[in-house]
Design a protein around this ligand. Structure first.
Ligand code: C5P
Length: 300
């Protein structure tokens, strides 16, 4: 019997390395992007309906577009088109990942909707075909499907899975209002031009990959980097105080998550994470404590 509805749980991500190259002719940037899936999740439920419809619940639901610009809707349409299905479904997003926060929340919903519709429709699509559709939807969408940890090259969509040898404890400080990813990349370009410095080709950091493989938070803290951080701080200077507050409270390292404005703090262990979270309460809108790695999009 065909399922009447399918729910998929999908994680957020933090980039422990985000090396950004010069703008390409197509406007994208080549990346060496080390994704780590973390335990903040959205859930997307797909149910047959009269027409394609998106709804959203959660604290930030009012900031989520419910039209066909939503990546969940675009995923359903892309899959329906490729496999000759009727995209008449209701997609409900139970949103816990910050919106426009630099944690791939929109991409997560795209990957989750794709897997949910694929399961509902029984298309028989291979993993490679699903990953292809993910890459068409956006640079971060393939990673939301696979989870764990992976190196993303090209514009971030070409993935190589990475080994992770332990559990990392993270604290995330959610900011008021989001940052637009294209705006942060534009600011990156502007700052690069202003500095007049040559932008090196983005390369993954071997010590960082070794730290991940070992599961060593101290070594990971010593090697994290985010080339978008100066651009995010330039557009949102108040993030500097949040980063400083987390460092003072014992974070091994503090960085902007992806294009921001969420900030990420790596803790040596769970009690330290709790302490950092307590210190950040009041400094930012909301604080969340979680662990990594987390599995990718999964039918629940
Ligand atoms: O791939 P996605 O649609 O998620 O990217 C959103 C925007 O982020 C792009 O339109 C582009 O401005 C910027 N971007 C970029 N280089 C990348 C990924 C994204 O410039 N590798």
């Amino acid at each position: 019997m065909k399922p009447v509805s399918v729910t998929v749980r999908v994680p957020a991500k933090v980039n422990v390395q985000l090396a950004v190259g010069a703008a390409r002719p197509d406007g994208f940037h080549d990346l060496a992007n080390v994704f780590l899936a973390v335990g903040l999740h959205d859930e997307v439920t797909v149910t047959p309906a009269d027409a394609l419809r998106v709804t959203c619940s959660g604290p930030d639901a009012d900031q989520v577009p419910l039209d066909r610009t939503n990546l969940a809707a675009r995923a359903a349409l892309a899959l329906a088109e490729r496999y000759g299905r009727d995209p008449a479904v209701h997609l409900h997003i139970a949103k816990d990942i910050p919106v426009a926060g630099g944690m791939a929340g929109g991409s997560a919903d795209g990957a989750a909707a794709l897997l949910a519709c694929d399961t509902l429709w029984g298309t028989g699509a291979s993993r490679a075909e699903l990953l292809d559709i993910c890459a068409e939807l956006g640079s971060d969408v393939p990673f939301s499907l696979v989870g764990g940890a992976a190196l993303g090259t090209g514009r971030g969509e070409k993935l190589t899975p990475l080994e992770v040898g332990g559990t990392f404890h993270w604290v995330f400080a959610l900011a008021d209002g989001g940052l637009s990813t294209p705006a942060v990349f534009r600011e990156f370009d502007r700052l690069a031009e202003e500095s007049g410095r040559e932008i090196p080709e983005p390369m993954p950091s071997d010590p960082l990959l070794a730290a991940l493989a070992k599961g060593d938070p101290h070594a990971l803290a010593a090697t994290v980097s985010n080339d978008l951080q100066p651009a995010a701080l330039s557009l949102r200077p108040s993030l500097a105080a949040t980063l400083a507050a987390g460092r003072e409270a014992g974070a091994l390292t503090a960085l902007v998550s992806g294009s921001g404005p969420t900030t990420a703090f790596l803790a040596p262990d769970a009690p330290s994470a709790t302490k950092i979270a307590e210190a950040l309460t009041g400094v930012c809108r909301t604080v969340r404590t979680t662990t990594a790695p987390a599995p990718g999009a999964t039918v629940v």
